[in-house]
Design a protein around this ligand. Structure first.
Ligand code: CA2
Length: 148
């Protein structure tokens, strides 16, 4: 099973700015830790990050063709993007929305996700562990499905 992990705008700055909010880990470190977990779980993972909405739409479409699930932190596009919502609605594979912080505990404009309605679920507020929890869900789902 392959899972695609897609990250949106400014997440390439993780670990360099606003560590009190987003933590001290770089995106590369979060991805390396997820790869370790994926290896333990026997899951293949792929990673993509872009600051561009269109590139993220294309990444979701490609992941839908190539992977069996998508872990998506669309960052600020979570709160604005009909294009990403439409891409997720068109997906055959489940998409899990993740956030490092808990957007419901932040500014009002972060309380609305355009994407959540099309996702299998949302995991927010656990820092880098939000991604791990999403990966565990995919892994357990696969094992339950195979009867293992
Ligand atoms: O908590 C999350 O994961 C967010 O998706 C992060 C987004 C924010 O717009 C969402 O409401 C919640 C912002 C990502 C910005 O990433 C930075 C990382 C380091 C330094 C500055 C920004």
């Amino acid at each position: 099973m392959k899972i695609s992990v897609i990250n949106g705008p400014n997440l390439n700055l993780l670990g360099q700015r606003e560590p009190e909010l987003y933590g001290r880990l770089s995106l590369a470190r979060i991805e390396a830790d997820l790869k370790d977990l994926a290896d333990e779980l026997g899951v293949e993972v792929g990673f993509f990050q872009s600051n561009s909405e269109g590139a993220l739409v294309t990444a979701v479409q490609e992941a839908d063709r190539e992977a069996e699930g998508i872990i998506l932190n669309a960052a600020a596009y979570t709160h604005t993007s009909v294009a990403l919502l439409d891409a997720i609605l068109a997906c055959r594979v489940p998409v899990v929305e993740v956030h490092l912080t808990n957007p419901l505990a932040r500014e009002d404009f972060r309380r609305r996700s355009f994407l959540a309605q099309a996702c299998a679920g949302t995991i927010s507020g656990f820092g880098a562990e939000s991604y791990s929890l999403a990966l565990l869900w995919f892994s357990r789902r696969k094992n339950e499905g195979s009867g293992a």
